[in-house]
Design a protein around this ligand. Structure first.
Ligand code: ATP
Length: 236
């Protein structure tokens, strides 16, 4: 059984149909990427999975249950966490307070302490800066904080929306290394990216989205080597 199965999903904003009849799946333990140009519908799909936007049609099966009408809060509690595009750390709160917000549904103090320890092991930079206002972190550090905050909820499935966006090359590589590390530790990942090259290089499988429709799918390697993907997304 797939961990996440999106079936015939359509998403509309008023008269605009942003996503049309999209189906894909994510199996336990995989990193799956959805790639596509600006406006292809990637963020809409992610926000619909996490319950922030409602589908106009289709089903979203998560560990066997349709969550397309489930409240977002319950979806997080069931182990699905999203790191939104543009990071959205809480300004005015310290790094530590931001991380604590990620665990707001978890009441077990020992578990929270253990999760915090793991997050600090993975992101030593966050521990060094735990008392700093999150708004004053660099872009790369904010991305790490947003990922660390999501990991505080101990997700089974982590949804990442363009984690490399706007980051310096050195941070970009680090973020992709961290995603692989998160997978190795047993978290399944659905990754949305415009950086097709990097995303496909670490993905088990991928789907290419064009104006709201899936036009190609395959293993990360197959897509990296496909002429269509090379021409459209990897500069020839
Ligand atoms: P990007 O890579 O630029 O973030 P994307 O692939 O994530 O793009 P979406 O953000 O899902 O694409 O947008 C898909 C389409 O839906 C776009 O045409 C966008 O303008 C439209 N759209 C998204 N959100 C809304 C909204 N709240 N109201 C109206 N239209 C919207």
């Amino acid at each position: 059984m797939a961990m996440l199965e999106v079936k015939n999903l359509s998403i509309s904003y008023g008269a605009i149909e942003a996503v049309k009849n999209v189906s894909f799946e994510v199996n336990e333990g995989e990193v799956v990427t959805l790639i596509g140009a600006n406006g292809a519908g990637k963020t809409s799909i992610l926000r619909t999975i996490s319950g922030l936007v409602r589908a106009s049609e289709g089903e979203i099966m998560y560990v066997g249950n349709d969550i397309s009408k489930t409240p977002a809060r319950k979806i997080v509690a069931d182990g699905l966490a999203q790191v939104p595009e543009g990071r959205h750390v809480f300004p005015g709160l310290t790094v530590m307070e931001n991380l604590e917000m990620g665990a707001y549904l978890k009441t077990n103090k020992e578990e929270n302490a253990a999760n915090l320890k793991k997050v600090f092991e993975r992101f030593p930079r966050l521990e060094e800066r735990k008392g700093q206002d999150a708004a004053t972190l660099s872009g790369g550090e904010q991305q790490m904080l947003a990922m660390g905050r999501a990991l505080m909820s101990q997700p089974k499935l982590l949804l990442l929306d363009e984690p490399s966006m706007g980051l310096a090359p050195i941070f970009i590589q680090e973020i992709f290394d961290i995603i692989q590390d998160i997978q190795k530790q047993g978290t399944t990942v659905l990754l949305i990216e415009q950086n097709a090259n990097k995303a496909l290089a670490i993905a088990d499988r991928g789907y290419v989205l064009e104006t709201g429709k899936i036009v190609l799918s395959g293993t990360g390697k197959e897509l990296l080597e496909s002429d269509e993907v090379r021409k459209a997304y990897l500069g020839g």
